[in-house]
Design a protein around this ligand. Structure first.
Ligand code: NAP
Length: 284
């Protein structure tokens, strides 16, 4: 059976690690040719050897417009065009307290998480038009939907990604370029260690530690893995989602249903107010 992405070319930023790497593996198995764009050169070169002929690595800092343009150009020169863009590269800062965040931190977070995907869409869209359409997927986060799942700059940037995806969908869908966002929940990757400033190997090992414990983090009792997000990206990238644009897909194991709703040890707002006593019921 032909792969679901047979004949398609995908550019995946943040493609050598975590969610991006999981998506590279799935997209390659489904027949896509891939440009993996990232700033970890050693891992990128290993990927080129692993998927020889089907994948090229582009050193691409998504805060640098020329790097993005070059990665898009590589898709054209190497594989003949571009059908799918997965704007997924990301970082997080450890700073949760509004009053303590440096102005430069706000700029850095928004440059990587919002301006990067915006420039990715800008450079990818003309190539997609040449092919009669395409699919753009932007990695947002549940932190962009609800407070409490990430630092304030990161969360604000992810909210911007969700809305930017809608606005871009309004502009590009008439030309058959669909734009959607994915909101992952807790996914076991290196980003948590990296945001704490831990050395690369330690951050990578932390991802494995998260796998051991994360089955308790949400109603579905399994850890969130890069492949869980890759499967959503595959749907949005493939023709199966031909009528889907301007939306965001939450892939979080149910974590955003509300802690008190599924965690037996969490207090509901009702319990917080009344403890275990039954409040007076309104008379009919
Ligand atoms: P990851 O394993 O750290 O992968 C992110 C990749 O992006 C890394 O290789 C990172 O390199 C790279 N990167 C960082 N800055 C870049 C830049 N300026 N240009 C190009 N590449 C850059 O983390 P992940 O969890 O898979 O993150 C992927 C996306 O998912 C991010 O957008 C993240 O915000 C989002 N997300 C993750 C979770 C989660 O629970 N893991 C939840 C919601 C959303 P370095 O390691 O060298 O920085």
């Amino acid at each position: 059976m032909a792969g679901r992405l047979e004949g398609k070319v995908a550019l995946i930023t943040g493609g050598v690690s975590g969610i991006g790497l999981g998506t590279v593996e799935l997209f390659a198995a489904e027949g896509a040719q891939i440009v993996a764009a990232d700033i970890q050169d050693e891992k990128g070169q290993m990927l080129e050897r692993r998927f020889r002929g089907a994948l090229r690595y582009a050193r691409c800092d998504v805060t640098v417009e020329a790097d993005i343009a070059a990665a898009v150009a590589l898709a054209k020169s190497e594989f003949g065009g571009l059908d799918i863009l997965f704007n997924n590269a990301g970082i997080s800062d450890g700073m949760r307290v509004l009053t303590e965040i440096e102005a430069d931190t706000w700029s850095w977070i928004f440059d990587v998480l919002v301006r990067g995907p915006a420039l990715g869409m800008k450079h990818a869209a003309p190539l997609m038009l040449e092919r009669g359409g395409g699919s753009i997927i932007n990695t947002a986060s549940i932190a962009g939907l609800q407070a409490g799942w990430g630092p304030i700059a990161y969360s604000s940037a992810k909210a911007a990604v969700i809305h930017m995806s809608r606005v871009a969908a309004a502009q590009l869908s008439p030309q058959k370029i669909r734009v959607n966002a994915i909101c992952p929940g807790l996914i076991a990757t290196s980003i948590f260690g990296a945001s704490l400033g831990l050395p690369r190997e330690v951050a990578d090992q932390m991802a494995a530690r998260i796998v051991e414990n994360a089955h308790r983090a949400q109603p579905i009792p399994k850890p969130g893995l890069p492949d869980d997000i890759a499967q959503a990206a595959l749907y949005l990238a493939s023709d199966a989602s031909a009528f889907v644009s301007g939306t965001h897909m939450v892939v979080d194991g149910g974590i955003t249903v509300g802690g008190h709703a599924w965690d037996a040890e969490a207090m509901s707002p009702f319990q917080t107010l009344f403890g275990d006593t039954v409040p007076p019921q309104p008379t009919p």
